[in-house]
Design a protein around this ligand. Sequence first.
Ligand SMILES: [Zn+2]
Ligand SMILES: [Zn+2]
Length: 102
Amino acid sequence: MEENKRFLCHACKFSSTYQYFGTNPNFAKNIILMEDSYLCKDPFSAEGGFITLGSHCSMCQMSVCCSTDCSLFYTKRFCIDCVKSKIGQFPQEIQQEISRKT
Ligand SMILES: [Zn+2]
Ligand SMILES: [Zn+2]
């Protein structure tokens, strides 16, 4: 049994154990991460693949999952609350995407 570390998304409260946090997992060389990310083993992958659970919002530092309802990646990771509070600073297409959700 590995160390029981837990990732929690502060937006949707999704939580899961994770095996790695960072940008450069030495066990998964085929994964290229643009940001510090929480990874967990993919239970459905026969090849021992990993899935990205989430990351930290670059503004408020909250951990959020990769779901488009919780965060978005635009040069950096932003949680949806920060996107909404700074919506004017995001490009039109992102503003439209957010307004569709709300
Ligand atoms: Zn979430
Ligand atoms: Zn945030």
